[in-house]
Design a protein around this ligand. Structure first.
Ligand code: FES
Length: 573
């Protein structure tokens, strides 16, 4: 007779005797007061990513409790367990450096412990991508619950929100428009509650993409962290996880090239974070799917930005929630989506769109006929300085800089940038192009969100608000400016940024998707021959060593090469 390997019988510890393994497991877990009845239920794991270092996850205990209630109501046994928790401001050198560690931690805990399904509780930027990557690799029924966006705050009568306004105030401070007293005062107002950043930053972007790809119950992406609705959503997710375990609704049935294309469509329509493309590339790699960047650029040209939300627009995430969340966006995008993709509800995306509540008048989501920004938020650039590809968030750029030629002012590293950017003697003018290199996945290491190169203080004080900036780094989804990112391959492994010299002319031409170093090929070949490889500093042991030996470039999501699927079997979008 075939042995039952569900519930507590899953993933038995190896002692060479399965019955003994189960007997011992039961003996131990009974120490926590469980009855036989409880232990015979479907087991639903819940990732507890609470951390005293992660204010974006401040509400995780309440969410876990609501999920547990939902699991119990549906007849399952909830068991929470800890995994790594990552917050943007509490991760040295960067949270991106640690995303793959969290993905590995989550993956191995899903493999090691007995559970029939899992509810993944994430929120802050890197956490949900790490959890999705893990779920895709383990292929256990999984459903995502995010902590939800924070509320918007108020500073001296003006509405503010992390982190677009964090950057605005800091730029004002550097320009001498905000004094030391006010910059200190504003730290008490920018983040008025727990939850993820209250604008369309990376966390909100990933939450919306996760709902669009079908891994979250409808409506879950935008509910603010502190609302009762967030807990009702969590309870529903717990109940649904029990049903998913019974249905064997595994991620491979939900995560397909088509559902990832739906997520990319959502990324473009919401004017989402450029980080969304990096994380989606990593998730796709786990599934053996590669991103077709030319097709993504084409998708961008035909997908207008529909929401009037910071950093591309005016409103905050709590406004989007009150405007109906993603419902009006799904309605507008309906004809552009793959409607037959399965979701965690067991229904298709098309069926879910048919079930949406009736529309009502609101100002945050625009109709396709009257978008915030025509022609897509993210453009993919080619040309001799873009190498295998670079991206720019044109919806957050200055229109007058989208076609621009300027002299390069080059910084060789983050340290070099810190040391010289505010030097009064730095030879730089407002029409120059700031270039920072060796800030990619290996170079920094950890591909920091440093692409938002500050305007040199002496220019900021003259009123310069934006300049063309180019790097192999990333940028926070909450930032704005004419900023080219993810130049790939990065300078540290010989990418074209390594060849730029101070004073070279660089032309950015976004309408024609070109980033050009105006130096002839013969000279570039000479510079290439002279170049010596850049090795990151530090003690190469432990996780850093694993990271440096295996991290891939931005185009494949900076995952570790050994974690991606062994073969590419499809493309998206
Ligand atoms: Fe956590 Fe912005 S810092 S979402």
């Amino acid at each position: 007779m075939k042995k039952d390997h569900t519930g507590m019988r899953r993933n038995l510890t190896n002692y060479g005797d399965e019955d003994f393994s189960l007997y011992l497991r039961k003996a131990f877990i009974k120490a926590m007061g469980y009855s036989e009845d409880a232990l015979n239920r479907p087991v639903i794991g819940i990732t507890n990513t609470f951390s005293g270092y992660n204010p974006c996850h401040a509400n995780v205990p309440e969410i876990v409790s609501a999920i547990s209630r939902g699991v119990l109501l549906a007849g399952g046994l909830p068991i929470e367990f800890p995994t790594i928790s990552l917050h943007e401001s509490f991760a040295y050198p960067t949270s991106m450096f640690l995303r793959n560690l969290m993905a590995m931690d989550t993956e191995e805990m899903l493999r090691a412990q007995p559970m029939d399904a899992v509810v993944l509780v994430g929120g802050c930027d890197k956490t949900v991508p790490a959890q999705l990557m893990a779920a895709a690799s383990v292929n256990l029924p999984a459903i995502c619950v995010v902590t939800g966006p924070m509320l918007s705050g108020s500073h001296r009568g003006v509405r503010v929100g992390a982190c677009t306004d964090c950057r605005r105030f800091w730029a004002g401070y550097r320009a001498g428009e905000v004094d030391a007293e006010e910059i200190e005062e504003v730290t008490s107002n920018l983040v008025p509650s727990g939850g993820t950043c209250g604008v369309m930053g990376t966390a909100s972007t990933i939450a919306c993409m996760t709902e669009a790809m079908g891994m979250m119950l409808p409506g879950g992406a935008t509910i603010p962290a502190v609302l009762a609705d967030r807990l009702r959503h969590a309870e529903a997710a717990g109940s649904r996880a029990v049903a998913m375990a019974g249905e064997q609704l595994t991620p491979d049935r939900i995560l397909t090239a088509q559902s990832l294309a739906n997520a990319l469509r959502m990324l473009l329509a919401i004017g989402g974070s450029t980080n969304g493309i990096v994380h989606l590339a990593a998730l796709a790699g786990r599934l053996g799917i590669e991103i077709d960047y030319q097709a993504f650029d084409k998708m961008g040209r035909e997908t207008p930005v529909l929401i009037d939300l910071k950093p591309s627009g005016a409103f905050y995430m709590d406004d989007l929630y009150r405007a109906g969340g993603l419902a009006p966006i799904f309605r507008e995008l309906r004809d552009m989506l793959h409607l037959d993709c399965l979701t965690v509800t067991g229904r298709t995306l098309g069926e879910e769109i048919d079930r949406l509540p009736p529309p009502f008048s609101q100002e945050v989501v625009r109709p396709i006929a009257n978008p915030i920004h025509e022609g897509g938020s993210i453009a993919v650039l080619g040309g001799n300085l873009a190498g295998e590809g670079a991206i720019i968030k044109q919806s957050a750029s200055s229109a007058h800089l989208l076609v621009h030629t300027g002299k390069a002012v080059v910084f060789d590293s983050l340290e070099d940038l810190c040391a010289r950017i505010d030097d009064p003697d730095l030879p730089v003018g407002p029409d120059d192009v700031l270039v920072m290199r060796n800030a990619g996945p290996r170079g920094a290491p950890g591909m920091p969100e440093a692409g938002y190169i500050p305007i040199p203080r002496k220019l900021a004080r003259q009123g310069v608000k934006d300049m063309v900036r180019i790097s192999d780094a990333r940028m926070s989804g909450t930032a704005f400016g004419t900023i080219v990112l993810h130049a790939c391959p990065e300078a540290a492994v010989g990418g074209p940024l390594a060849l730029v010299r101070n004073g070279d002319l660089i032309t950015l031409d976004v309408p024609n998707r070109l980033l050009t170093l105006e130096v002839d090929e013969q000279e570039l070949a000479r510079r290439r021959a002279q170049r010596s490889p850049v090795e990151p500093e530090g003690d190469r042991r432990g996780y850093l060593r694993l990271y440096l030996d295996h991290v891939t470039q931005a185009g494949t999501g900076c995952d570790f090469d050994f974690l991606a699927a062994p073969r590419i079997t499809g493309k998206t979008p």
